[in-house]
Design a protein around this ligand. Structure first.
Ligand SMILES: CC(C)(COP(=O)(O)OP(=O)(O)OC[C@H]1O[C@@H](n2cnc3c(N)ncnc32)[C@H](O)[C@@H]1OP(=O)(O)O)[C@@H](O)C(=O)NCCC(=O)NCCS
Length: 213
């Protein structure tokens, strides 16, 4: 593994899984993770007006799963980046449903939550590592044929789209993922400056998980 600048190696923690880590490994990082997600997702395209209550509910899905994974990037004792994943079958019904409707078996899909990295740590290959580590985790568990994640759909003329905004589509395509317009879900959260949560359309991306041999 390549060391990146003065950052600690990304470390992998998982639920009460095969390597013996316990859910407590995740639980003790929840407050920090929530802060990081809130900070990074304020920016376009998420525009997320985060709250700790929403965050706890969201992250509980990961601490409950026996086979979840979280990849953390530390600078000293601080978490500056994080990336999560879990078997799709352990996700909430709104995430599982579109796959079932399209004829996929949820048991064969490993689902990625988010990748969040503070801006000053971007462009050093850590985003690539997030994918590599989570795919390696899914391979290690065995039984998964696909990895998948989803991204928010924002209109091109969205008033908050920064003029220099670069979508991550190329980054994801380069990792081997394909956007699947037939796979959509609705998530609700409160946008910046809004009074209440509103529904957002999300589209899934997928890739066949190559397994050696
Ligand atoms: C997604 C994210 C973690 C990527 O992290 P990163 O460490 O900067 O990515 P890397 O350094 O590994 O970049 C890998 C490649 O993607 C490209 N890339 C990274 N971010 C990009 C962007 N915003 N737009 C276009 N290309 C981008 C890099 O140039 C690099 O290209 P290369 O493979 O040709 O060299 C980071 O941009 C981030 O936290 N974004 C905000 C949160 C977000 O939108 N997360 C995704 C949805 S959950």
């Amino acid at each position: 593994m390549a060391r990146t600048s003065n950052l600690a190696y990304p470390a992998r923690y998982q639920g009460h899984g095969p390597t013996g880590y316990t859910g407590n490994d995740l639980v003790r990082y929840i407050a920090e993770l929530a802060q990081l997600r809130i900070r990074v997702f304020r920016d376009f395209p998420y525009l997320y007006e985060g709250g700790l209550k929403y965050e706890r509910r969201y992250l509980e899905t990961y601490t409950r799963s026996l086979r979840s994974v979280i990849v953390l990037v530390f600078e000293g004792a601080d978490i500056v980046g994080a990336s999560t994943g879990l078997p799709l079958a352990d996700e909430t019904p709104n995430v599982i449903a579109p796959f079932v409707e399209q004829g996929y078996d949820p048991a064969e899909i490993f689902y990625f939550g988010e990748s969040v990295l503070l801006p000053q740590y971007r462009g050093r290959g850590l985003g690539v590592r997030f994918f590599e580590e989570r795919e390696a985790h899914a391979r290690g568990l065995g039984g998964f044929c696909w990895t998948a994640f989803c991204a928010v759909d924002r209109p091109l003329d969205h008033p908050r789209r920064p003029p220099d905004h670069q979508p991550l589509d190329h980054f994801w395509e380069k990792r081997g993922y394909r956007r699947e317009p037939s796979l959509k879900a609705v998530f609700s959260w409160r946008d910046l400056d809004d009074d209440a949560e509103t529904a957002k359309s999300m589209t899934f991306w997928m890739k066949r998980l190559e397994t050696p041999g």
